[in-house]
Design a protein. Structure first.
Length: 266
């Protein structure tokens, strides 16, 4: 595998049994690669397999067939080269923000002082230095989500995986967090894969969008957003490219063929 590929998803299929014993074909022969330092969105309609795919990359779910490599290593279960952020941060209520981030590091058996230092750095990176000693009930929804991001980043993973990370937040907080994610990405250079059902969010934040369609869940197209170096969300949103990409992504999500257009491959 080429050195600049961070995540290699090859021929992944996943079948579940539903409550009545019927087979659900959640993913069928899904393949794509994510380059090191890239931000990739997984988007598509409800039930197209976005979360299942993210959980397979994280190692929380095993594919029925196919394979995933992260940083050149086969995924067989969760590992410290991947950090995950869920829709709700699910913090330990009796621990402070800093304590929650340290908790994520405890499995690594680092000396306590080193753990504290890594946790403090991650808390600072997400802009929570002044709230480091507050407990979750004293934090806003956006702040709790920042703790979740800090907890995932503190282990210094090769890849940050995020499942609808901002969808539980109010519109203004979501927008702020989206901007912050691009700043964190610019500072850390992390490879990021996030799940979103939000077309605007996928186009605004990702370098590339993988669109899935359901029944069975499969890749319908890959869209390069191609915004260049600017991480200013207002600038991106106001650009002609945003309107064009948003339109193209909507077509892909609805399963239409737009292979001939600029920036799209299927
Ligand atoms: N543990 C499970 N057991 C049975 N079926 C499952 C299981 N997990 C997912 N599925 C099914 O697999 C399909 C894909 O589910 P998944 O949650 O990955 O989709 P999604 O695109 O993330 O959906 P949403 O946008 O609604 O969250 C759905 O039909 C779902 O019902």
């Amino acid at each position: 595998m080429s050195g600049d590929v961070a995540v290699d998803v090859r021929g992944v299929s996943k079948r579940f049994q539903d409550d009545k014993g019927r087979e659900v074909h959640a993913l069928q022969d899904v393949s794509f690669q994510v380059r090191r330092g890239e931000i990739v969105a997984l988007t598509g309609r409800s039930g197209c397999g976005k979360t299942t795919l993210l959980r397979i990359i994280m190692g929380l779910e095993h594919p029925t067939s196919g394979a995933v490599d992260v940083d050149g290593e086969a995924v067989h279960g969760p590992g410290i080269n991947r950090g995950i952020v869920f829709q709700n941060a699910e913090l330990l209520p009796w621990r402070t923000a800093l304590g929650n981030v340290e908790f994520g590091l405890e499995a690594r058996r680092l000396p306590k002082a080193q753990r504290r230092e890594a946790a403090e750095q991650a808390i600072e990176l997400v802009g929570l230095k002044d709230a480091a000693h507050r407990r979750p009930h004293e934090l806003s929804g956006g702040m709790r989500q920042r703790v979740g991001i800090a907890r995932a980043l503190a282990i210094d993973p090769a890849v940050l995986l995020m499942d609808e990370p901002f969808s539980a937040l109010d519109a203004q907080t979501r927008e702020k967090m989206q901007g912050e994610l691009l700043e964190i990405h610019q500072r850390t250079g992390k490879t990021i894969i996030f799940v979103s059902h939000d077309i605007d969010e996928s186009v605004l934040l990702a370098d590339r969008v993988v669109t899935l369609v359901p029944d069975p869940g499969r890749v319908h197209g890959l869209l390069d957003t191609d915004f260049g170096a600017s991480i200013d969300l207002d600038e991106r949103r106001g650009s002609a490219k945003f309107a064009q990409r948003r339109h193209e992504l909507l077509q892909l999500v609805h399963g239409r063929e737009i292979a001939q257009q600029d920036g799209v491959s299927v």
